[in-house]
Design a protein around this ligand. Structure first.
Ligand code: ADP
Ligand code: ADP
Ligand code: MG
Length: 537
């Protein structure tokens, strides 16, 4: 029951097929042979504008220009950049007036950066103190309640989880009184319910203010943005930002890897979705069976797990809200936590990638990987792990110098380097771009099959879960209070159980891509009545 099929093999060959090597007239270039950016996104009042593209393609650079932090040098790094020349180039475009304001320093931006872990390093107070200092619109109470931040208001910023910090950063950004809002990735560490709330709040703000976002969870981007600019090129070398496209069309063109208006193919394969659910026909051997189990933490949290089994060679998607017991379940499988009742039939070896990965050492990536894997030099390892996770350029880097997305890929590689029966990866999509998510799905499926191992992927990106999983485990209940685990289900029953609990249905567009229905729309009601939350019968 594979969700997404890849028309052509994406392994290795990710070079652009028919892309001009360099164009005339870059908007900005870092240094003589540095990265060059072509084009800019245009913030529009009343709209959420998305930028859709790989990491390193120039999105942050473009936004720094829109904020006035970088004066674009029109590709001539030696010259003194001057706004006169820039404005001349933009005469008659939708950006002209906006850039004129930037040139007069009249644009006050409010930014939510991609990586937020520096926040506790620069701010030592409590959550409430931080938020009060940003509340220029008098909207704080509303954001605190919508983003469920009440219970942590008195906590020091250094003591909150990544998911909490993400919601605090979003509230802080949105509560400023600014002329231009930019949010770089809103979904890392948020569950799907929190993602939908964040999307709703951004849409509300965008009714009166221009908002630009970068987002790699495409189901969320799709419901959040009105238009998207596709950003393509060669990461770290050059990036081209297209004119705005309608969000449905823009995402479809991006997945297709072909931009008809620009007449550019930037990827040699397309990512497509299966509309209908297929049961897979291979029978897999059982890796481990677990009985009904229970686990209580004091009086505060209790988890109930229904009996099930994990198979060798499969990838199991694990979905459910934050605080519902997913990590607790992983710890029980690993033997780190003992259930209060129920016991597994045997012990298995588990490799685990935690949700929050920290780099607290200055050794090189290569050193770490060689430590983790005995087969580092084998062609299997190079081919199946190093190449698809794009680790090669990182090998000599010190681990504590990696960006969040780079650290994520290295952590995934370290997890897969271990010799284990079951691999558990908690939110491997965090900070990965769409290309990297598609490749991750391939890497994990091949790793499971090739090693006859089980893989459990805990994630909140529905497209990734669809792409990656053969079966699903679903957790529901009340976060922080009770959790119940059901399954493993086949994909159809799993998606139905999960999405029914959330009250979300997906329709399919002409290309077969799933899109979240507007609540209470005709299709939403019709699909609920039929019990078709994700796959059509
Ligand atoms: P994105 O936001 O799409 O991930 P960025 O705009 O941050 O991309 O970066 C695009 C490219 O520009 C990267 O390859 C990066 O190495 C390079 N770059 C970013 N900032 C600078 C800088 N200050 N000096 C030189 N190169 C830079
Ligand atoms: P998830 O992985 O789904 O986000 P967890 O399994 O980490 O959820 O946690 C579920 C609940 O159990 C949370 O409310 C959490 O605070 C609580 N919890 C987790 N570990 C412990 C522990 N060691 N002691 C007490 N409570 C815990
Ligand atoms: Mg960036």
């Amino acid at each position: 029951g594979c969700g997404i099929c890849i028309k052509k093999c994406p392994f290795g060959a990710l070079d652009i097929v028919t892309l001009p090597e360099e164009l005339d007239n870059p908007t900005h270039r870092y240094g003589t042979n540095g990265f060059a950016l072509y084009g800019l996104p245009s913030p529009v009042e009343g709209k959420v504008t998305g930028i859709l593209g790989a990491n390193g393609i120039g999105k942050s650079t473009a936004v720094k220009i829109l904020c006035g932090q970088i004066v674009p040098n029109l590709g001539k790094p030696g010259d003194d950049a001057n706004w006169e020349g820039i404005l001349k180039q933009y005469t008659g475009t939708e950006l002209y007036e906006y850039l004129q304001q930037v040139s007069k320093s009249l644009i006050k931006p409010s930014l939510k950066p991609q990586y937020i872990d520096y926040i506790p390093k620069v701010f030592q107070g409590t959550v409430s103190e931080l938020l009060k200092s940003t509340d220029e619109r008098g909207v704080l109470d509303y954001y605190i309640s919508e983003l469920c931040l009440e219970s942590i208001l008195d906590r020091p910023i250094g003591k909150v989880s990544g998911g909490e910090l993400q919601r605090i950063a979003i509230a802080a950004c949105l509560s400023r009184d600014a002329d231009f809002y930019f949010l770089d990735e809103i979904t890392p560490f948020l569950d799907i319910y929190q993602r939908m709330v964040a999307a709703k709040l951004i849409r509300e703000l965008a009714e009166t203010r221009p908002v630009v976002i970068v987002e790699h969870d495409l189901a969320i981007l799709d419901m959040l943005a009105d238009t998207v600019h596709v950003a393509y090129g060669k990461p770290s070398v050059f990036g081209i930002i297209t004119r705005p496209k309608g969000v449905r069309i823009g995402i479809n063109q991006y997945l297709e890897g072909f931009l008809p208006e620009e007449n550019v193919r930037f990827r040699d394969y397309a990512v497509t979705f299966e509309k209908r659910f297929h049961k897979r026909d291979v029978v897999r051997p059982t890796l481990i069976e677990f009985p009904v189990m229970e686990k209580k933490y004091g009086d505060s949290f209790s988890l109930t797990i229904s009996a099930g089994k994990i198979q060798a060679g499969e990838v199991l998607g694990l979905v459910g809200a934050n605080g519902i017991g997913k990590s607790t379940f992983a710890k029980i499988l690993a033997g780190v936590e003992k259930p209060d009742s129920g016991e597994m039939d045997k012990k298995i070896k588990i490799a685990y990638k935690p949700q929050y990965v920290k780099a607290d050492s200055s050794v090189s990536v290569e050193f770490l990987l060689r430590q983790a894997s005995r087969s580092f030099d084998s062609s299997y390892y190079q081919h199946e792990i190093i190449e698809p996770l794009s680790i090669t350029p990182l090998l000599q880097s010190s681990v504590d110098q990696l960006s969040g997305g780079e650290l994520q890929r290295v952590s995934i590689a370290i997890c897969l380097s271990q010799d284990a029966d079951l691999y558990i990866l908690d939110e491997p999509s965090a900070h990965l771009d769409v290309e990297q998510r598609v490749k991750l799905a391939r890497v994990l499926r091949r790793h499971a099959e090739g090693n006859e191992a089980g893989i459990i992927v805990i994630d909140h990106d529905i497209y990734l879960i669809d792409m990656i999983s053969e079966r699903m485990l679903v957790f529901d209940g009340t976060p922080g209070v009770t959790g119940s685990a059901y399954g493993p289900y086949d994909m159809k029953d799993g998606m139905n159980h999960f999405l029914k609990g959330l009250g979300i249905t997906f329709r399919r567009d002409q290309s077969g891509r799933p899109r979240i229905n507007k609540p209470e729309s005709y299709l939403d009601r019709e699909q609920r009545a039929k019990g078709e939350y994700y796959y059509a019968d």
